[in-house]
Design a protein around this ligand. Sequence first.
Ligand code: GLT
Ligand code: MN
Ligand code: MN
Length: 404
Amino acid sequence: MSDSYTPTPADKFTFGLWTVGNPGRDPFGEPTRQPLSAPSIVERLAGLGAYGVNLHDNDLVPIDAAAAERDRLVREFKQALSDHGLVVPMATTNLFTDPAFKDGAFTSADARVRAYALHKTMLSMDLGHELGAQTYVFWGGREGTEVDAGGKLLDALSWFRDSLNFLAEYSRSQGYNYRFALEPKPNEPRGDIFLPTVGSALGFIATLDQPDLFGLNPEFAHETMAGLSFPHAVAQVIDAGKLFHIDLNDQKPGRFDQDLRFGAENLKTAFFLVKLLEDTGYDGPRHFDAHALRTEDEGGVWAFARGCMRTYLILREKARQWGEDAEIQAALAAYRVEDEELQGLTGKFSPENARALKRRSFDREMLGRRGPGLEQLDQLTVELLLGVRGGTSTASQPETEVTT
Ligand code: GLT
Ligand code: MN
Ligand code: MN
């Protein structure tokens, strides 16, 4: 069945091979689903209206594959992409599964591991480029510690910086011209991961040799795990001109990284996120870094994938209705008090503006008394989301006559 919430490639929805391909393993239990081959994932995602598929090197090519095996897997994957019209907008390196990386990759205290991490990442960047990827993600899952007795906190930041500078130069020297996106996460699998939040990553980028090549890949679940608001984090990333990619999913605060179906848990937050992305004209991929519940069989996996995309499209439509809802817009206009003269004085410093402001008297009590109407504005938003306002309201539909 197709309706106006059926995705098309123009919506730019992407999934990782590791997301729909997640077999349902967790730290306490074995996989509950059969592995899916990369070409079969491409075929199914295309059938659902996705735009692209992303991958780690080892999602496609096992870490110990011989050259002939690698070439066959890459060839078959490329064939599936061209048969089904899917693209690979983003690639990344698995620097977390192999035991060699148990105490970090770029930030390992062992110089041999740091060198191996660079070696593996360059080969993975070669693969990503061969597949057409333009964004390269760094999720430093193992870059962190459980104990700080090793005394490497400052060294780790410096090793991390050297590695990113090295790889940015490698990209340039090869003509790959990747844009790099750092993905912060506060913890898991490490007790504490370096660059734990969006704010930390933004601060770190400013210390790199070529900061313009680096941006963010913020993830809904990761900021939520840190007890932070994802729309607030994304707004700061947009303000900095650094939204290079985005990982959409959902999460209960205070839990392990759940990677739930987009919109499964925090619908209102998801709504304001979609509204932010759409209002600000984000035109990159909407990547769902989530996976089906471990309870599900393969049918559940495709229901999950379809659900992520449908919820995004439904929220996008809700955001449009919100912008056209007269009562909501009136409440919004009342909330945001304009004062041309004062805005003229505060917008930019000049000695005259400063003098005029200092001379000015303010009715402080009146300012404190004013109720800005946020309860009403938020309730209108909730009612719109619940479908009792505007086009979806049954109350506003004319009654149909029942003939017997
Ligand atoms: C891993 C992690 C994700 C990252 C992926 C990219 S791998 O699944 O939980 O948040 O985006 O390396
Ligand atoms: Mn996650
Ligand atoms: Mn992610």
